[in-house]
Design a protein around this ligand. Structure first.
Ligand code: 5GP
Ligand code: ZN
Length: 112
């Protein structure tokens, strides 16, 4: 299995962890695009948002809820953005579902 995020979950690839429970792991992005840039991922391998099924609904809720709690902990009271790049045209480069939590600067619209 060559998935780098599965390796981070397994501990064979290092990461700056922020939060972890039995379903999810959050860690700092290696190439931050904002002062705060944290990735929130499921511990089980899910390729992308396009691959989730109804049985993943609780997992998706946990990921989004974790992102909100981390945002509070990180002091992002002025606002932040959560992004899920999905598929090649969506700009996804790592094929393991992840939420980007971005904050600490003004966000713009439309995104690139
Ligand atoms: P995507 O482009 O799929 O939406 O997001 C993938 C993210 O993973 C990118 O922001 C990239 O910087 C980050 N990333 C890629 N490889 C690693 C790694 O080995 N460690 C960490 N912490 N982040 C990574
Ligand atoms: Zn994976």
């Amino acid at each position: 299995m060559g998935c780098i995020f599965c390796k981070i979950v397994a501990g064979s690839l290092p990461a700056k962890k922020v939060r972890e429970d039995e379903l999810m792991l959050a860690f700092h992005d290696i190439a931050p695009k904002a002062p705060t840039h944290i990735l929130v991922i499921p511990k089980k391998h899910v390729g992308s948002l396009a691959e989730v099924t109804v049985s993943d609904e609780a997992l998706l809720g946990r990921l989004l809820g974790a992102a909100a709690e981390i945002a509070r902990e990180q002091g992002l009271g002025r606002g932040y953005r959560v992004v899920i790049s999905t598929g090649a045209e969506g700009g996804q480069t790592v094929d393991h579902l992840h939420l980007h939590l971005l904050g600490g600067r003004q966000m713009h619209w439309p995104p690139g």
